[in-house]
Ligand binder design. Sequence first.
Ligand code: C2E
Ligand code: CA
Ligand code: CA
Length: 764
Amino acid sequence: MPAELVVEVAARVRETARIMATSQHTDELIHWAEESKVQGPVSPDLPPWRVLIVDDDQDVHQATEFALKHQLIQGRALHFLNAHSAAEAQHLLRQEPDIAVVLLDVVMESEHAGLELVRTIREELGLEAVRIVLRTGQPGYAPEMEAIRDYDINDYKTKTELTRNRLYSVLTTAIRSYRQIQALNSQRAGLSQLAESSNRLLQQDTLEAFFQQTVTEAASLFASPLQAALCARASPPVNGEPPRLLAATPGLLAATDGSFSTLPGNVREPLQACLSQRSHQQKTDTLALYVRGPESAPLGLLVQAEQALTRDQLNLLHLFAAQVATCFENLTLLKRLRRSAFTDPLLDIPNRSSLIVSINEKARQDGLEGWVLALLDIDQFAVVNHVLGYRTGDQLLHAVARRLQQQFPAPALVARLGSDTFGLLGPKEHISLPTLQRCFRNAFNVNEQAHRLSASFGLVRLDGVAGQGEEALRSAHIALKRVQERDRGQGLYYHETMASEIRSRVSLVEELRKAMADNRLCLTYQPQLSLISGRPIGVEALIRWPGEHGDPIPPSVFIPLAEKAGLIIELGEWVLREACHAQRELAAAGHGDLRMGVNVSVKQFEHPDFIAMLDRVLSDTGIDPAHLELEITESVAALDPERLTQLLTNLKARGLSLAIDDFGTGFSSLSYLHRLPIDRLKVDRSFIQQLGQDGDRGEIARVVISLGKTLQLVLIAEGVERANQAEFLRELGCDEVQGFYFARPMKRAHLQHWLQEHPLGVSH
Ligand code: C2E
Ligand code: CA
Ligand code: CA
């Protein structure tokens, strides 16, 4: 700046200061007084506005302070800070917080020092809220309009313009705008703080942690921390019962023995009022928030500040309370969801997902060395359900779960995986085949009735299992299935060969599919004879698969596979059709009165198309249904009793007869069988085998046969291999026999031949 100008500016500034300092015009005074009136009440608690005067002329400092001394803006006093250069101002601005307004001289160390400072304030120091009023000695030094806009400058005035009055109003406008910006900023900060706090609240796993976090969040909502306490009314409310203190900030908590009644009165009373009146209670420095909890469990949240709470703070606290309510509700919902996702609803014990998670967690935390996973499946439970009813079935499951939990307490885990399947996880010292079997030694009591149950077990040693809960479960399943196929009531540990066997079974299914397509399956027929007349009275059709490479594959191997693969439907229809054709052929050859027994798998039986299929075959082959007998096993009892009765009645209506195959091995409920339209019981081979051996007097066979007699059914014994067995059976009153002793299963042509040769049966 040229020297003359400097002199001139300095002179003008002094003049301005003088005018401002001495301005005593009446109109100005009136105006002044009016402005003061609208300031509202003085808030002695609130800090003064901080105003920074930046000017290289000391007179301007003095003049400004003098002019504004004792003035209040929005009820708050003014406090001045002074800087005599842009550099000093910058230093101050870095140190001092909450400066509301900078009254800034444009020209100082340099022509642009003021504007440079503005840029620094906005860009470098990032101070957005502070308001800036530029003052210049003369209009010639007006900054560009862009600068005013770009740097968010509130006002630009020449010093001469700034009379005391004008200065006051300029400052008031600036402070109002500063306050608005501050409020917006704090609201914005408050809202993002709320969002973050809600995140943290929802992460709490337990209610206790949630309560504690609520208090922590409330206390740290503002720069100056609050005291906070959270309590709940006794639910349901009991007269005279004080609310429960759930959590409090350390300062408050220290004053109590942890109970609500020992809270200081100025905390306790608003909380009590808030809970009983179900509304927020507000005092200058204290706010008791009513938080509507889920399932009518209200909370009272009290916050207490050191100073009066501002309107913004109150607003934010109200928002916070609403948010706590939402989080509380969400948390209980989440917990319930989490619970239902991991709990079996009937037995209220962990479910399959929970078991898998536990296996994985245990593997991650301290490894599964020496641990075992066991699957337990109750034998014939579907039948139990049908015979005893679902209610008793459910109660039995409860009883089983209880016993398992008693026998295998923590660290073991008992879970329910499916209807009657349980999973157990624990150290091998606890969970082993003998300890599991011991659980089923004693009967289970339901409604003062003892029910004996047996179960099959599949176990897997978890050593080396790397957190693959699913995989472990699959292995245990394989072992369990193996037990169920071979000897129910027992248990097996999983071994890798089982998996490879499964793979080979898969390829066997493929081969079966091919054999069916290539028509390589055939039927054999085994004669059945009357024990009274000795004559052949029927045959049983038995399927044969010669096998592609050598040995035939027994039906006990491929029928279960066909059932699982769904092939049994097609295969079963083929067997029925083939057997009916054979019956027609026998009739044509003069053996028309022979009954044709056909095995029907449960899978076929429960297929919705079964009756239609049967009708189709009957009409296609034109046989007399009176010469057809369907053999079904006791496992059909697992079907819905009403549906089963209807199905059997439908079948009977066609004139065919029905036999229960393998009688005595399944779950035989006399009363149940009695209600079904059955013609014949086929006493299982296992009862006959013993007969006449090692001094066996046929006690068991006798019981089984007399059981059938009580039901007034015809009895046929399977698997008769020796003459003395046949003799015994005759004595026991058995009606019919079938077995290698009389005849082996044979091809159609061979059967014709055999029948020719044995018109009167096999003498013995
Ligand atoms: P099952 O219905 O109990 O058939 C009787 C089984 O006992 C037949 O075995 C038969 O060969 C065998 N057997 C007959 N007399 C004696 C004897 O004196 N001693 C011994 N040790 N065994 C005897 P197979 O043919 O191997 O059939 C086994 C099972 O396969 C059958 O048991 C039946 O459950 C099933 N099966 C056979 N053919 C069919 C079929 O066409 N459809 C269905 N669904 N299952 C079939
Ligand atoms: Ca049979
Ligand atoms: Ca049988």
